[in-house]
Design a protein around this ligand. Structure first.
Ligand SMILES: [Zn+2]
Length: 752
C-alpha cells in the first residue's frame, strides 16, 4: 500500500527555545501552511508509527551548563493518516530534522516540522508520498542543564575533602585557587530523571511507556575534569577525540526493549564500591554503589542489601535479571526518593547512605526498604511495564509490597510484616477517606494527571490490597501467578485485566478472585463494617466509609467482597467468612455471621490485613476498653491488673489487633463515634510494650494536638488521667531495637 500526500510521523515533543530554528531557519508562520484550527489532535501518540531502535549521542557542557545531542530513531510505519497542527514555542532547540528510508538510505524531503504545545508533540510532515515500511529519523538538538531537577539536569556538590589543598593553593596563587575552586571544590555532574514524561525534554522520543524500544547510548564528555560516564548498560568501547584528545566518547551496549522513562545518563566524578552477584544462570555480574568520593564508605550497607535482596528476588520470581550490570547512584540533588532506571538506579543520597557509627536505626530501615523497593522494579515496571499510567499500581503497588516482603526476609528480627498496616494501610487511609479520593486504577488522559498518580493510592493502598489478596489465596499461589505474569509479559507491557485473568486461572480460590480484585482496584475509598449482635451471632453491614453523613449520602460506589477474618473471646483460633459484594442489595448489604457458641466479644479484621475498618456498638467498644484497661490508682489493683492485663492481651489480642482497635476508633471518631470512646482505649498504653499501638496512638495524639491548639481543652487533653501524653512521647517503644543495628550492618555480603 502506498502513502498519501501528507504522512504523519508524530514524535513527542522536545521543548524548543525558539521554534524558528525548527527545520533549519524556517519562520514559524511558514511551518504549517495546512493548519486547521478545528482539527483536534489526539492526546496519545498514534500507534501506526513505532520506534524500533534509538541511537542517542549526548554531551553535557559544564562550562555553559547546556547539553548537545544527536539522535537516530529507526521507525516502522504501519499505516498512514492526515494530520494538522498548530505551531508553539517551547524550551529545547532542534537544529535539524531529516528522514530517510532504511533500505535505500534515501533522504525524504520534509515539508514542515511543528510542535503541538498542549500535547507536547512534534509533528513531522514529509513533502511527498511515502510507502509503509521502515525509515529512520535523524535530528540534532540542544538544551539546558541548569535550573531544573528533571530531564537531563545539573547537580552540584562541594568536595570537602579537597578544601585543605585549596586553602594551601590560596597562598600560592590566587588565580589558581579560583580555577581549582571551580574545577575541584564545587563539583558538577549531569544526571537524568525521566519518569514519568521527562525523557522528551532530553531527547526526541516516543515518550509513552508502551513504546518500548532498544537504546544505544553514547555519552561525550571531558576527561580533564576527572569525569566518567554511566548509563543503563556497560560501556563496550571508549574513544578519544578533539584537538588535544580532551573529549571522550563512551559507547554503551544496546539495552533490551524498554520504555523511555527508564533510560538514564550520568556524567560524574563519583567513586564506586563494587562486588559481583550470581544470576540464576550461574553467571556473575558486577554490582556497584556509586557516590561522591567523600561518602564511599557509607555505601557498604546499601551494597550489602542489594546483593541479598537481588538473591531473594531471583529465587522468588525464578526469572533472571536480564542486564549485565547493576549500579546504584546517590545523587546530591534529587526530586524523589529514588528512581528505578534499569541498570542505573538513582537515589536521593539520604535514601542510600548509611554509616554504622553515625546513622540511626530508622535510617537503616529506610535505606533497606528504598533499595528493596527499587530492586523489585527491575521486574515490576522494567521487565513488565504498565501500558499506560492508569495502571501505575502494577509497578508501584507490587514494588511497595515486595520491599516489605524482601526486608522482612533479610531481617526477620525486625518483624516488619507484623507492622505492615502501619506503613501502608494506615497511611493511605488518611488520604482515602476524602470525598475526592480516586480508585487505584483510574482512567487518565491529560499529562497533568499523570504525576498525580504517584500518590498513596498507587503505592500504599495497592500494596495493602495485594497483602489482602495474598492472605486470601495464599503466598505460594500469589507468587505462582506473579511468575506467570512476569514470564508472559517480559519485555512487553501489560494491563490490570491481564494480571487479573492470570490470578483467576492460577489461584483457584473459593470466591471469584477476578471480581474480588477488580472491585478493590476500581472502587474509590474503602468500606466500614458495622457490627451488631443478633440472636445467632452478629449482623454485619458494609458501606463506604465517609467522614460525614452528607458525604455518605452522596456516594454510591457499589460494594466490596470482603474477607472477614476474626477472633473471639473463646480463643479458638482465627476464623474466616466472606462478605460477598452484592450490587442488588445496595445499602442493605448485610451478612449474618452465625457462631456455634456465644462469645463476650468479637474482633473483626484480624491483624488488620483487610483494607477496611470496623465499627462496633458502644457496648462492644466498652468491652474492648475494659479488656485493655487497668486502674493504676491502687497499688494492689495495679499489680493484679498488670498480671491480668499481660495474660489477657497476650492470649486474646495480638499487638496488631490492639493497634487496629485504636486506629479504627480514632478514624471513626472523626465521623461520629464519641472521642471519649477512642481515648478510653488508649489508657492501657502505659503498659503497652509493643510498637504498633504506640505508633497509631502518637499519630492520632499529634492530630488532636493540632486540632485543639489554642483552645482551652488542650491543657486538659495533654493531662488526661492515667496517660500523661507529654511523658508518653518519651517512653514509646521504637520500631527497631538498637541492638539490631550493628548486627544487621555487619552481616557479610552474600549471606542469605
Ligand atoms: Zn517505585
Amino acid at each position: 500500500m502506498t502513502g498519501w500526500r501528507f504522512i504523519l510521523i508524530t514524535i513527542v515533543l522536545m521543548k524548543t527555545k525558539d521554534s524558528r530554528v525548527i527545520n533549519g531557519q524556517v519562520s514559524p508562520d511558514n511551518l504549517n501552511p495546512y493548519y486547521n484550527e478545528s482539527m483536534e489532535i489526539e492526546k496519545r501518540l498514534p500507534e501506526h508509527v513505532l520506534p524500533r531502535k534509538y541511537v542517542i549521542a549526548i554531551s553535557p557542557d559544564f562550562q555553559k551548563d547546556k547539553f548537545h545531542g544527536s539522535i537516530r530513531i529507526d521507525l516502522e510505519l504501519l499505516k498512514v493518516s492526515f494530520y494538522y497542527s498548530n505551531v508553539t514555542v517551547n524550551d529545547l532547540t532542534i537544529s535539524s530534522t531529516k528522514l530517510y528510508t532504511k533500505k535505500s538510505q534515501t533522504e525524504i524531503q520534509i515539508q514542515s516540522v511543528f510542535p503541538v504545545r498542549k500535547r507536547e508533540m512534534l509533528v513531522i510532515k514529509p513533502y511527498r508520498n511515502i510507502s509503509l515500511g521502515e525509515y529512520y529519523l535523524k535530528m540534532n538538538f540542544s538544551g539546558r542543564l541548569k535550573g531544573k531537577i528533571s530531564g537531563f539536569y545539573l547537580s552540584t556538590y562541594v568536595d570537602e575533602n579537597k578544601s585543605i589543598s585549596i586553602k594551601f593553593d590560596i597562598l600560592i596563587n590566587f588565580m589558581t585557587m579560583i580555577s581549582l575552586h571551580y574545577l575541584l571544590l564545587c563539583r558538577k555532574l549531569a544526571v537524568s530523571q525521566f519518569e514519568p514524561f521527562y525523557a522528551r525534554t532530553a531527547f526526541p522520543c516516543f515518550d509513552e511507556p508502551s513504546f518500548k524500544s532498544i537504546f544505544l547510548i553514547r555519552l561525550v564528555y571531558s576527561k580533564k575534569l576527572f569525569y566518567h560516564a554511566q548509563s543503563n548498560m556497560p560501556i563496550v568501547e571508549m574513544e578519544t577525540m578533539g584537538d588535544d584528545n580532551d573529549k571522550t566518547i563512551a559507547y554503551f551496549e544496546p539495552t533490551p526493549p524498554m520504555s523511555t522513562y527508564l533510560v538514564a545518563f550520568l556524567v560524574s566524578d563519583f567513586e564506586c564500591l563494587g562486588t559481583h552477584m550470581n544470576l540464576l544462570n550461574e553467571s556473575k555480574i558486577p554490582v556497584a554503589v556509586c557516590v561522591r568520593p567523600m561518602f564511599k564508605q557509607k555505601a557498604a550497607f546499601a551494597l550489602n542489601i542489594t546483593i541479598k535482596a537481588m538473591k531473594f528476588y531471583l529465587e522468588t520470581f525464578q526469572i533472571d535479571y536480564p542486564l549485565p550490570k547493576l549500579d546504584l547512584i546517590g545523587v546530591p540533588d534529587f526530586t524523589t526518593g529514588a528512581m528505578e532506571n534499569w541498570g542505573l538506579i538513582t537515589f536521593r543520597e539520604t535514601q542510600l547512605l548509611h554509616s554504622e557509627n553515625d546513622s540511626s536505626c530508622t535510617n537503616m530501615r529506610r535505606v533497606s526498604l528504598t533499595v528493596a523497593h527499587e530492586l523489585a522494579h527491575m521486574w515490576f515496571g522494567n521487565l513488565v511495564t504498565m501500558k499506560w499510567w492508569d495502571d501505575l499500581w502494577l509497578n508501584e503497588g507490587f514494588a511497595t509490597y515486595m520491599e516489605h516482603i524482601a526486608v522482612d526476609f533479610l531481617f526477620p528480627e525486625w518483624k516488619l510484616m507484623d507492622s505492615f498496616p502501619l506503613y501502608t494501610k494506615y497511611i493511605s487511609m488518611r488520604h482515602d477517606v476524602k470525598l475526592r479520593t480516586r480508585s487505584v486504577v483510574k482512567r487518565i488522559e491529560d499529562l497533568n494527571e499523570i504525576e498525580e498518580m504517584f500518590d498513596r493510592i498507587s503505592y500504599q493502598k495497592a500494596a495493602s490490597v495485594i497483602r489482602m489478596l495474598e492472605d486470601t489465596v495464599g503466598n505460594s499461589k500469589l507468587i505462582s501467578a506473579v511468575r506467570k505474569y512476569l514470564r508472559r509479559y517480559q519485555f512487553r507491557n501489560a494491563e490490570s485485566r491481564e494480571l487479573f485473568d492470570i490470578l483467576g486461572n492460577t489461584t483457584q480460590a473459593t470466591i471469584d478472585i477476578v471480581d474480588f480484585v477488580r472491585r478493590w482496584m476500581r472502587f474509590p475509598g474503602f468500606p466500614v463494617i458495622n457490627v451488631r449482635r443478633d440472636k445467632a451471632g452478629f449482623q454485619l453491614l458494609q458501606r463506604r466509609f465517609a467522614t460525614s453523613r452528607r458525604f455518605s449520602e452522596t456516594i454510591d460506589d457499589g460494594s466490596w467482597t470482603i474477607p472477614i477474618r476474626y477472633v473471639t473471646s473463646r480463643k479458638d483460633g482465627v476464623k474466616l467468612d466472606w462478605f460477598l459484594a452484592n450490587y442488588s442489595c445496595g445499602n442493605n448489604n448485610v451478612l449474618e455471621l452465625s457462631l456455634e457458641k456465644s462469645v463476650d466479644w468479637i474482633k473483626l479484621n484480624h491483624d488488620s490485613i483487610g483494607y477496611y475498618i470496623v465499627n462496633y456498638t458502644e457496648d462492644a467498644w466498652n468491652v474492648f476498653g475494659n479488656l485493655l484497661f487497668y486502674n493504676p490508682s491502687l497499688i494492689f489493683t495495679l499489680v493484679v491488673s498488670l498480671i491480668i492485663f499481660t495474660l489477657k492481651l497476650s492470649q486474646a489480642l495480638s499487638a496488631m489487633n490492639r493497634a487496629d482497635l485504636l486506629h479504627d476508633a480514632f478514624l471513626l471518631a472523626g465521623a461520629g463515634l464519641n472521642y471519649s470512646t477512642a481515648m478510653n482505649l488508649t489508657f492501657y498504653l502505659m503498659n503497652e510494650h509493643a510498637y504498633q499501638s504506640w505508633a497509631v496512638a502518637m499519630e492520632w495524639f499529634g492530630q488532636m494536638n493540632r486540632l485543639l491548639h489554642k483552645t482551652h481543652v488542650l491543657r486538659r487533653f495533654r493531662r488526661v488521667p492515667c496517660l500523661d501524653i507529654e511523658r508518653s512521647l518519651q517512653r514509646r517503644p521504637r520500631p527497631l531495637p538498637e541492638d539490631n543495628r550493628k548486627e544487621a550492618a555487619k552481616v557479610p555480603i552474600g549471606e542469605h
